[in-house]
Design a protein around this ligand. Structure first.
Ligand code: AMP
Ligand code: GLY
Length: 423
């Protein structure tokens, strides 16, 4: 197949590596890509957010499947334009992508579908925010309604801080005051063709910058999969995945279909395992980053066939994807100053030595080439991904590989997957 992958992060690199690991050889194109992706795909200079440019390119190059990585092209209507031209695309249209972009839309769909989530109040003024905070109680959760790159949410016991956060985002659009959902968080992905869904294997990510879940929220500093502790609570991964498929993913997909906005692509359910049951914190309309980097290396079935089946409405012909028993861990290396003001342009060393560690590969996020070699071009620079039999093995492989990489001021967490490493 000739496959075009849109995006430039470690998630897109992970997708490309999964496509390349298949027995069938594909011709893979990436836009805009990065220095790591350039080693595994043909990088093309194309504005991934421009529906007309992407459609022209895909048409001219006889692309069989377009895979959209990030949310920006979805919101820009790239999937709609491709679908109109009859080009198979994995990624929802603009209307269905609101499931991620508009928290109000997502809550309405969940209510209509009877999907468990926290209570939420739309507040238009500071007084309404104050009343909602008092009604729902502490800890307080206030969210901006719209894409805010992870910065729109505050979770705090401090009522004044919650009010100040709300004031910052209040404007023509209201803010959402939400019930706090306490418990372990799980990310679970579903492939959808608009009607049928197939679940992938769950993962957990680490959103805070520093060890022990301290420091500011980030795009994600690491992840692991599978989640062995699901055994105690649910009797195993399959039982958990079945529950979320039937009570959350299928009702939401059917609701969107019934409203004339079918969701074709990746439904990302951000879940909290509360004492009252599994509840949805958020949906995303795309693969998660960094969770994809630990889910796809365990996928046994050919990714290209699953994505094409979803894109062309044939998912019902496929059975649930199989995953290897192996463990996978991903640790993100970030630039100094990330997330507020990352310092870029610094040289990376030791990449080949790191990738040579058994069971390890690198998924590049923000890397580019200079005369001296590979340099960091953004906040999250790359993921060191390790696969092993046990989590003790995969984490030790990941961290020994990380120790070989040089980046001045580079930051990473040292406790990724620590909770699942057997003594
Ligand atoms: P979001 O932007 O909705 O993904 O929220 C980012 C993070 O904030 C989530 O992953 C949670 O850790 C936290 N969070 C968001 N909403 C809630 C909530 N209702 N209760 C508890 N934590 C939340
Ligand atoms: N891992 C969080 C996200 O992709 O939004």
């Amino acid at each position: 197949m000739r496959i075009l992958v849109l995006g430039s992060g470690a998630r897109e690199h992970a997708i490309i590596l999964a496509l390349r690991s298949e027995r069938t050889e594909h011709e893979i194109f990436a836009a805009p890509g990065n220095a790591g992706i350039a080693q595994d795909a043909v990088v093309v200079a194309l504005d991934a957010d421009d529906p007309a440019a992407v459609t022209e390119y895909a048409n001219g190059q006889h692309i069989d499947l377009v895979v959209i990585g990030p949310e920006a092209p979805l919101v820009a209507g790239v999937a709609d334009a491709l679908r109109e031209r009859g080009i198979p695309v994995f990624g929802p249209g603009r209307a269905a992508a609101q499931l991620e972009g508009s928290k109000t839309f997502a809550k309405r769909i969940m209510d209509a579908a009877g999907v468990p989530t926290g209570r939420a109040v739309r507040a238009h003024t500071v007084d309404e925010v104050a009343a909602a905070l008092d009604e729902l109680g502490a800890p307080h959760v206030v969210k901006a309604d719209g894409l805010a790159a992870g910065k729109g949410v505050i979770v705090t016991d401090d009522r004044e801080a919650a009010l100040a956060h709300a004031a910052q985002y209040l404007g023509p659009a209201p803010v959402l005051v939400e019930e706090y959902l306490g418990g372990p968080e799980v990310s679970l992905f579903f492939l959808s063709d608009g009607d049928h869904v197939l679940p992938l294997s769950p993962a957990q990510d680490y959103k805070r910058l520093r060890d022990g879940d301290e420091g500011p929220n980030t795009g994600g500093m690491g992840a692991y999969s599978p989640l062995p502790w699901l055994l105690e609570q649910f009797g195993g991964e399959d039982a958990f995945v079945d529950l979320v498929t039937t009570t959350i993913a299928e009702p939401v997909i059917h609701q969107l279909d019934a409203e004339g906005t079918p969701f074709i692509g990746l439904l990302y359910a951000g879940l909290v395992l509360t004492p009252q049951g599994v509840k949805v914190i958020e949906f995303n309309a795309r693969f998660g980053d960094p969770e994809t980097q630990v889910v796809l290396p365990r996928l046994v079935d050919p990714l290209s066939e699953l994505l094409l089946a979803a894109a062309s409405g044939h998912l019902e012909d496929f059975s649930r994807p199989a995953f290897a028993e192996a463990t996978a861990v991903s640790v993100v290396l970030a630039s100094e100053g990330y997330p507020s003001a990352p310092i870029t342009g610094r040289l990376l060393t030791g990449l080949d030595a790191a990738a040579a560690v058994e069971g390890v590969h690198l998924a590049h996020a923000a890397t580019g080439r200079s005369d001296e070699g590979v340099v960091a071009t953004g906040g999250r620079v790359l993921n060191v991904v390790a696969v092993g039999t046990t989590f003790a093995e995969s984490t030790s492989r990941a961290y020994s590989a990380l120790a070989k990489i040089g980046l001045d001021g580079g930051q990473y967490r040292t406790d990724i997957a620590a909770r699942v490493v057997e003594d």
